[in-house]
Design a protein around this ligand. Structure first.
Ligand code: B3K
Ligand code: ZN
Length: 851
C-alpha cells in the first residue's frame, strides 16, 4: 500500500496488441478466459508483471503451454511471469464472484443484471492484466450466459457473432475496432426494456442508439435519448467531432458508485441520471440527466479517442469534459444561470476541498488510492482551468488548439502538458506560466485596491495575488490569472480582459472624469477568492447595472455576505432597509425568472464557511436564519404576490416554465418561515402536478420542522414505495428535518426495509444528505451527528470503500470549526483509523486529516 508518485512514471515494458476475453457468467463463479497477444517493447529483460486483485487463478498458458506454479509468482496484487520471450500469447483463466462484489468495482451484480465498472483500476478484479491507461489493445469479448435470465449480452464495439449453446445458454461476441485501455472495457448481461432510435451524423453515417432500462421504465427513458441526440449534434457543431462506431448503447443500473461511466460504445449509468418523467423527476433531475448523458458522450473524444497516459493526468479528460458539458448546458439553457450554479458548487465544495487536508493540484503528484482523486478539484477546478484557457485564447483560437490536440494525439495516451502545448501551438499563445495551475493546489486570493487621480483622469487598479502555502506545498508560485472586468460610469460601460502574472500589478484606465465602478471578475473568469472592499452603494449599483449576469448576481451575494458576517460578529446588528429595497427591485422588475431565483437565494452555509478561518457553525446558521427571516418579513406581501402569480399553472417543461417554478419556490421558501403562511407548503404538496413542486413543499417543511411534515411525508412514501429513485428523495427529505427529533428519526430510518446500505444511492440519500445538508444537527454539540456519520462510514468500509471514502468528507474538514467541535470530529476520525481492515481509500484520507 505504498503511494504512487507522478515523477516515477515509467512507460510499460510490454504492449498488449490484442485481448480476447471470454466470460462464462455465473453469480458466484464467473470464469474469465483472457488471451493476450503481448509484445516486449524494451530491450530490458524485465519479467512481465500483471496486476490482479481478489482473483482466483485457474491457469496460465504461455503460447498454449500450461505453466507450472514454479514458472510464475503470485501475490495479493500481481502475477509475475519470468519470460524472456519477445512476442507471445499469454492465456490467463480466472474465477471471480460477482454476487459478493459489494465494492461495485470490476464485475458485479446490480439487481438481476451483471455489469462492470473498471475505471480507475477495476479491470484487475476481472483478470490479470497491465491495468494502466497507456496500455491500449484491441478487445474482442465473448459473453456466455443463460438465455432466459440474460437475453441481452453486451460489450464494447460491434456485435460480430451470436448463437445458442447447450444447457439453455447463449453467447454474443463483440469486437471494438478502436484501441483502448482496459478501464474503458464494459460488459452487461441482463433482461431489459430497450428504447431504440438512431442518429445520422453530419457526414451521413447512421448510428443505432439503444437505451437499456429495467422492465417497465421505458417511458422514463425518452428524455435521456433526446439528450443524447442533442449532445451528438452539439459536439459536431461546436468542435467538429463526430461519433465513430455504428452503435451507441447506454445501460441504466441501480447499483453504481458514481454518476456514469463512458466505456467505449457502452456507457453504464446510475439510473438516477437516465430515468425521468414529470411525476417522478424534478427540473434539476432533468437538467442533470441531460448534463451527464452529454458528459459521457463527450468523453468519446476527450477521454476515449485521446486518453490519459497515467492516472495523475485524470484532469486531462475530466476537466476538459466537464468544461465541455458546462458549455453544452449553457447553450441548451440559460448560460448565465448555468454559470452561476457552477460557481456555487465550486465555491461551496471545491474551495472547501482546496482548504482541507486532501487538497491537491488538478494534476495530483501522489496517490494511494486512485478512486480518491475523482474530486471536485480534478473535475470542477479542472474545468475552470480549461475555461481560463478558453478566455485567454478566445473562442476561435481555442478551437484551433483543440483541432491540433486531436490531430496530434488521436489514438494515444497523453499528458496534461501535451494538451496545453497543443493549445499553445494551435493558437500561438504562450501558456508556459499558465501551466502552474496544473501543479499548484489551493484557492488563490486576489487583493484589489483602487485609486483615482481626478486631475489626470486616471483610474488605477492594484491587484495582488496571494497563494497561501499549505502543508502539502510549502512554496507557491505566482499564477497567470485572466481577469475580466467592466468599468461602469455614468455614460458608458467598458469591458476589459487583463492578465495578472506577477504577485502585484497595477492596471491603469485613463479618460475618467469621475471614478468608475468596477464589476470585477466578470463571468467568474478565474477560480479565485476576491478581497475587494467596495462600498455598499457600489455593490447595489453593480447589481442592476453590470452587463454580466454573474457580476449582477455576485454583487448581491457579496452584499448579503457582508451582512451575514456582521450578524456573526454581533447578533444585534441591525440589517438595513436598503437590503429589502434592493431585493424588492429584483423581485418586481421585469427579468429572467431563473436568474431572479438565483439572485434571491442566500449564499449557502458551505459557501459561507469557506470565508472564515474558523467558525462556530451554529452562530453562522443563526445569522443565516436572521437574514432569511428579515427578508421574509420585509417582503412577505411581495413574495406572496409572486408566489400566487406563478402558482396553479399546469406543468410545462420549457425553460421559461422551469425558471418560473424556481422563482415561485424561492418565494415559498421565504414564506415557509412565517407563521401566517404555513398553509402554503401544505397546499402545494396536495395540489402539485410535478415532482419539483412536491419536493419543494416537503423540503421547506423539513427545514422549518413543520408540524405537517410527518403526515405528508408518510403520504409521499406510500405513493412512491415501489420507485427507488423517489424513495431516495424520501430518505433525503427526512434527513433534513431540522429539529432535535432528527436523531430518533434517523434511528428509525436506518431500519427502514428499503434502506439498503449496500446501495450507494440509498447510502447517500440518508447519510450523505444528513451530514452535508443538515448542518445544525450534524454539528450538534452532543456529537451525535458526528457519531452517526462515523458509524456508517465504519460499516461501509467493509461493504464499499469508495462510498465510505466519499461520505467521510464533512468529518475531515474539521479545521474550519471551533476547537470543541474539532476535538469531537477528530475523536471519530481516530476511532475510524483503528478499524481492522481499514480500506486504502479511508486510510489515505484519515492519514491526511490526522497527520
Ligand atoms: N470517468 C467516470 C468516473 C470514474 C470514477 C471511478 N471511481 C465518470 C466520468 O467522469 O464521466
Ligand atoms: Zn468524466
Amino acid at each position: 500500500t505504498n503511494a504512487r508518485i507522478l515523477a516515477d512514471y515509467q512507460p510499460s515494458d510490454f504492449a498488449i496488441l490484442s485481448t480476447e476475453l471470454e466470460f462464462d457468467l455465473a453469480d458466484q463463479a464467473t470464469r474469465v478466459v483472457n488471451k493476450m497477444h503481448i509484445e516486449r517493447i524494451t530491450d530490458k529483460a524485465q519479467p512481465l508483471i500483471l496486476d490482479g486483485e481478489q482473483l482466483k487463478l485457474i491457469s496460465v498458458q504461455l503460447n498454449n503451454i500450461e505453466l507450472s506454479e514454479s514458472q510464475y509468482q503470485l501475490n495479493e496484487t500481481s502475477l509475475t511471469i519470468d519470460t524472456e520471450a519477445q512476442d507471445f500469447i499469454l492465456t490467463v483463466i480466472t474465477e471471480i464472484d460477482p454476487l459478493n462484489n459489494t465494492a461495485l468495482e470490476g464485475l458485479f451484480k446490480s439487481g438481476d443484471a451483471f455489469c462492470t465498472q473498471c475505471e480507475a483500476e477495476g479491470f484487475r478484479r476481472i483478470t490479470y492484466y497491465l491495468d494502466r491507461p497507456d496500455v491500449m489493445a484491441k478487445f474482442t469479448t465473448k459473453v456466455i450466459a443463460d438465455k432466459k435470465q440474460y437475453p441481452y449480452l453486451l460489450s464494447n464495439g460491434n456485435k460480430i457473432a451470436a448463437g445458442d449453446l447447450a444447457n439453455g445458454k447463449h453467447f454474443v461476441t463483440w469486437q471494438d475496432p478502436f484501441l483502448k485501455p482496459c478501464y474503458l472495457f464494459a460488459l452487461v448481461a441482463g433482461d431489459f426494456d430497450v428504447l431504440r432510435s438512431s442518429y445520422t451524423t453530419v457526414s451521413g453515417r447512421e448510428v443505432a442508439l439503444e437505451l437499456f432500462v429495467d422492465r417497465g421504465n421505458l417511458p422514463k427513458a425518452e428524455h435521456a435519448m433526446t439528450s443524447l441526440k442533442k449532445s451528438m449534434q452539439w459536439d459536431e457543431q461546436t468542435f467538429g467531432l463526430e461519433y465513430d462506431l455504428d452503435i451507441y448503447m447506454i445501460v441504466a443500473v441501480d447499483f453504481f458508485n458514481m454518476g456514469a461511466m463512458e466505456n467505449k460504445g457502452l456507457n453504464v449509468f446510475n439510473s438516477k441520471f437516465v430515468l425521468a418523467d414529470q411525476s417522478s423527476a424534478t427540473d434539476t433531475d432533468y437538467f442533470n440527466v441531460e448534463a451527464v448523458i452529454a458528459h459521457e458522450y463527450f468523453h468519446n473524444w476527450t477521454g476515449n479517442r485521446v486518453t490519459c497516459r497515467d492516472w495523475f493526468q485524470l484532469s486531462l479528460k475530466e476537466g476538459l469534459t466537464v468544461f465541455r458539458d458546462q458549455q453544452f448546458s449553457g447553450d441548451m439553457h440559460s448560460a448565465a444561470v448555468t454559470r452561476i450554479q457552477n460557481v456555487r458548487v465550486l465555491r461551496a465544495q471545491q474551495f472547501a476541498e482546496d482548504a482541507g487536508p486532501m487538497a491537491h493540484p488538478i494534476r495530483p503528484e501522489k496517490v494511494l488510492e486512485m478512486n480518491n482523486f475523482y474530486t471536485l478539484t480534478v473535475y470542477e477546478k479542472g474545468a475552470e482551468v480549461i475555461r481560463m484557457i478558453h478566455t485567454l485564447l478566445g473562442q476561435d483560437k481555442f478551437r484551433q488548439g483543440m483541432d491540433l490536440y486531436f490531430q496530434r494525439f488521436d489514438g494515444m495516451a497523453v499528458t496534461c502538458d501535451d494538451f496545453v502545448d497543443a493549445m499553445a501551438d494551435g493558437s500561438g499563445i504562450d501558456l508556459s506560466q499558465f501551466k502552474r495551475w496544473y501543479s499548484q493546489s489551493g484557492t488563490p486570493e486576489l487583493i484589489v485596491k483602487e485609486s483615482f487621480d481626478k486631475q489626470q483622469q486616471l483610474f488605477t487598479l492594484t491587484i495582488a495575488q496571494v497563494n497561501k502555502p499549505s502543508k502539502q506545498q510549502t512554496e507557491k508560485q505566482d499564477l497567470l490569472i485572466p481577469i475580466k472586468l467592466e468599468l461602469l460610469s455614468d455614460n458608458e460601460k467598458t469591458q476589459h480582459l487583463i492578465t495578472l502574472s506577477d504577485s502585484q500589478q497595477k492596471f491603469e484606465f485613463s479618460g475618467y472624469s469621475v471614478k468608475p465602478i468596477v464589476a470585477f471578475l466578470s463571468g467568474f473568469s478565474a477560480p479565485v477568492k476576491v478581497n475587494f472592499p467596495q462600498r455598499e452603494q457600489e455593490l447595489a449599483l453593480i447589481m442592476v447595472k453590470a452587463s454580466d449576469a454573474f457580476n449582477r448576481w455576485d454583487a448581491g451575494q457579496q452584499l448579503l455576505t457582508r451582512y451575514i458576517h456582521a450578524l456573526v460578529q454581533d447578533a444585534d446588528f441591525t440589517l438595513p432597509q436598503d437590503l429589502v429595497v434592493a431585493f424588492k427591485q429584483i423581485l418586481t422588475l421585469p427579468g429572467d425568472a431563473a436568474l431572479k431565483a438565483e439572485q434571491l437565494t442566500l449564499p449557502s452555509f458551505d459557501e459561507l464557511v469557506e470565508q472564515f478561518e474558523q467558525i462556530d457553525p451554529i452562530k453562522l446558521l443563526d445569522a443565516l436564519k436572521q437574514i432569511r427571516l428579515f427578508l421574509a418579513q420585509g417582503l412577505a406581501s411581495e413574495f406572496h404576490q409572486q408566489f400566487q402569480r406563478l402558482s396553479g399553472r399546469a406543468y410545462q417543461n420549457d425553460g421559461q416554465s422551469i425558471g418560473e417554478r424556481a422563482l415561485k419556490n424561492v418565494c415559498l421558501a421565504y414564506l415557509s418561515h412565517l407563521s401566517d403562511y404555513q398553509s402554503l407548503t401544505v397546499n402545494q404538496y396536495q395540489n402539485a402536478d410535478n415532482m419539483t413542486d412536491t419536493l419543494a413543499a416537503l423540503h421547506y417543511q423539513a427545514l422549518t420542522a413543520s408540524a405537517r411534515f410527518s403526515e405528508q411525508i408518510k403520504d409521499f412514501e406510500q405513493k412512491w414505495y415501489q420507485t427507488p429513485l423517489v424513495m431516495d428523495k424520501c430518505f433525503m427529505l427526512q434527513a433534513l428535518f431540522a429539529d432535535e427529533s432528527i436523531f430518533n428519526k434517523l434511528a428509525v430510518l436506518e431500519q427502514h426495509p428499503l434502506f439498503i446500505l449496500k446501495n450507494p444511492n440509498r447510502a447517500r440519500s440518508l447519510i450523505g444528505a444528513f451530514s452535508h445538508n443538515n448542518p445544525r444537527y450534524f454539528h450538534c454539540l452532543s456529537g451525535r451527528g458526528y457519531r452517526f456519520l462515523a458509524k456508517h462510514v465504519a460499516a461501509l468500509n467493509d461493504i464499499n470503500p469508495q462510498v465510505a471514502s466519499r461520505l467521510i468528507t464533512p468529518l475531515i474538514q474539521f479545521k474550519k470549526f471551533d476547537s470543541k467541535r474539532q476535538a469531537m470530529m477528530k475523536t471519530e476520525l481516530v476511532n475510524l483509523s483503528q478499524l481492522s481492515n481499514l480500506s486504502r481509500d479511508l486510510k489515505e484520507k484519515l492519514d491526511a486529516a490526522l497527520g
